[in-house]
Design a protein around this ligand. Structure first.
Ligand code: TRP
Length: 337
């Protein structure tokens, strides 16, 4: 353990179906190494899934799929806590208190709400607006110190810091909540759509050709890379020549990520090659890395009762960790009992 004994990692992902390469490379894969250094809690945030229209019939399955993806990718339920948010009431309970600490002005600055709401602000749920406060509660209920997230969630982690700081000040309890630090995986790790190198790979893109799903088989992966958009030029010699070539950059980034080498090293191996040839090598590499994960996901999902059992066990561990924090919060704000 190189992290101090008080260090704790918390992160989460929404159960919205269609888990893809971007979720794996941009999030889950970064969580694995942290298990060697820290106590880690990895949550399936099913309460966050209610902030926008959702289908109750598919939520449970989506929750199990995300849990299975965590485990199939190497999150170890013996070392780390894996559970779904709604099983641990501490999240909702603390979120209420923190709703009364956070300021409307702070939430008005959240860019993700503005993006998701667009011109429809008035028609959005209160839950979508308060989403970042629930996220702060997720983190602070365990006094987590480190929060691995993508670039797009940095503002939310900063809000969690502001909320923690204001709670500590308002109630005169210095250091009650540690100020959580984001661990941001580099912007180079943003995986983009295979159809449009300027848009993030997304589970909500209507075209399945825009993403590699974690459950795609070898043929689907090869076909999607074959059809992936590129420009007519061969692979360049130097990384800086990828500027202005977002599709080329994306494919090379994916290769670099899976082969665990810098982009320049990939170019050293393939410079001057046509994309048609490179795409073949890329498919082979991605298939070799993803097929064991897909197979393990299928194995786990074939026994949903076993996943539910693991989630129950994780929830029990999470409840035990959050209980003393919630008891302290209740005392500090003046609740009886
Ligand atoms: N909002 C995060 C996302 O969409 C998911 C999330 C919810 C989360 N609660 C969290 C991430 C707490 C880190 C810590 O990616």
């Amino acid at each position: 353990m190189s992290g101090s004994h008080n260090s704790l990692v918390f992160s989460g992902m929404q159960p919205t179906g269609n888990l893809h390469l971007g979720n794996y490379l941009g999030a889950i894969r970064n969580w694995l190494k942290l298990q060697d250094q820290y106590r880690c809690i990895y949550c399936v945030v099913d309460m966050h899934a209610l902030t926008v229209d959702h289908d109750p019939k598919s939520l449970a399955q989506a929750t199990r799929e995300v849990a299975a993806a965590y485990m199939a990718s190497g999150v170890d339920p013996k070392r780390s806590i894996i559970f779904n948010q709604s099983q641990v009431a501490a999240h909702a309970e603390l979120a209420w208190v923190l709703n009364c600490v956070a300021r409307i002005g702070w939430l008005n600055r959240m860019t993700q709400f503005k993006d998701k709401a667009g011109k429809n602000r008035e028609a959005m749920s209160v839950g979508l607006y308060a989403y970042p406060v629930l996220m702060a509660a997720d983190i602070l209920a365990y006094r987590a110190t480190h929060v691995p997230v993508g670039d797009d969630q940095k503002q939310h982690v900063e809000l969690a810091r502001d909320i923690a700081q204001k709670f500590n000040n308002d109630f005169g309890v210095a250091d009650f909540f540690p100020l959580p630090e984001p661990i941001i995986q580099g912007p180079g790790m943003r995986i983009m759509s295979l159809r449009d190198g300027t848009a993030k790979m997304s589970k909500s893109d209507p075209s399945d050709y825009s993403r590699i799903n974690l459950t795609d088989d070898a043929d689907a992966i090869a076909q999607k890379f074959r059809k992936a958009k590129t420009d007519p030029h061969p692979l360049p010699e130097a990384e800086k020549e990828l500027e202005g070539r977002p599709e080329a950059d994306n494919l090379i980034s994916i290769y670099a990520a899976f082969s665990e080498q810098p982009k320049q090293a990939v170019l050293d191996g393939f410079r001057g090659a046509q994309f048609s040839a490179f795409k073949g090598a890329l498919s082979e590499l991605v298939v070799s890395k993803l097929s064991p994960i897909a197979a393990e996901m299928r194995r786990l999902l074939a026994d949903p009762a076993e996943i539910d059992r693991l989630l129950h066990k994780g929830a029990e561990e999470a409840r035990a960790l959050a209980a003393p924090v919630i008891a302290d919060v209740r005392r500090v704000v003046g609740f009886v009992g």
